[in-house]
Design a binder for this molecule. Structure first.
Ligand code: PRT
Ligand code: ZN
Length: 285
């Protein structure tokens, strides 16, 4: 029986969430210290724990079938792989930052400057697109200290809250790429592996939909039901049950969480009471 080989980050920012998303798909495995691979007990997959930098190459070489990593790394490594699904975590951006006291009028700022980065390909593409002649200093970590120690004039690095840049006296001036965790896959899989992948992606999509949707229950006068359905346009065929109190009913449905927060005041005005919003564990569409 064939199994799908999945690479996830061994340790670092993506490890916990990658583990969690597989677990939420009902795939259980142990990830003890020093373990390089694990076999799931209840789904035909083997999990390999790797450095995120190596995952694109391993997928291209078919050492593994799919992998979970940041889009930043996928585009930097530029291997022959395909993005199968965005996973919605590890959101960040690859940005250029300069000493905060420097004036910035546009990408021309970087002409004849030296820029430190761990993303030489993406940075060089950006400079080529903008017709900038700059020097790229490739370093593997702690990029943001480079200007402070005289190694470079500016940096190109991953930013999430922006506090690392601020602590190092730097200011973000341009974004090259927005990124989140994704699943990448090999272009050609055997029929059996393709079937396992289909099942896995089906489960992942169910977990993702459950995260953005909530189960909503509310009580309302029967006369308000049509207004309430109009206020929450995402609400499809709600279940409506009569309440013991005459003229009142209880309405159950699924709504997008963002939609619900935007419309809460209108719902109350329309007469909704006792509103409960409950997380959904899985949602099969
Ligand atoms: O050992 P291995 O090579 O596997 O791990 P790594 O050290 O290369 O990567 P790791 O674990 O740091 O990050 C893995 C992935 O997480 C990245 O490729 C991104 O896709 C994603 N990610 C999300 C981030 C961040 N947020 C992030 N904030 N990666 C790095 N950072 C760093 C950034 O380099 C900078 O030093 O955090 C700092 C900036 O954070 P803020 O919040 O201060 O802006
Ligand atoms: Zn890495």
């Amino acid at each position: 029986m064939s199994e799908l080989k999945i690479a996830i980050q061994k340790s670092g920012r993506l490890n916990e969430q990658s583990h969690k998303i597989l677990e939420e798909c009902g795939i259980t495995f142990s990830n003890g210290a020093g373990v390089l691979k694990a076999r799931a007990t209840n789904f035909p997959v083997e999990i390999l724990f790797l450095r995120d930098d190596d995952i694109p190459q391993y997928v291209e070489q078919k050492v593994v079938d799919i992998g979970i990593l940041g889009e930043n790394m996928v585009f930097e490594k530029n291997k022959d792989v395909i993005i199968l699904e965005q996973l919605g975590f590890a959101q960040c951006r690859l940005s250029l930052a300069i000493p905060k006291e420097d004036k910035y009028s546009g990408p021309e700022y970087f002409n004849n400057k030296k820029v430190a980065t761990s993303y030489p390909k993406l940075l060089s593409d950006f400079f080529t697109e903008n017709k900038i002649k700059a020097e790229i200093e490739e370093i593997s970590g702690s990029v943001e200290i480079a200007p402070g120690i005289g190694l470079a004039d500016a940096v190109c690095d991953i930013v999430s809250s922006g506090s690392t840049l601020m602590t190092n006296g730097l200011r973000e001036v341009a974004t090259i790429l927005k990124s989140q965790a994704v699943i990448i896959g090999s272009k050609k899989l055997t029929r059996e592996k393709e079937d396992i992948l289909k099942k896995l992606l089906f489960r992942i999509r169910a977990v993702k939909s459950a995260k953005v949707n909530k189960y909503i229950l509310l009580n309302a006068p029967e006369s308000s039901i049509s207004d309430i359905c109009r206020i929450l346009p995402g609400m499809k065929s709600p279940t409506i049950l009569p309440l013991a109190e005459k003229g009142w009913c209880s309405l159950h449905s699924v709504v997008r969480e963002d939609e619900f927060w935007e419309r809460i005041d209108q719902l109350k005005k329309a007469g909704a009471e006792g509103i409960l919003v409950i997380p959904i564990e899985k949602m099969i569409l």
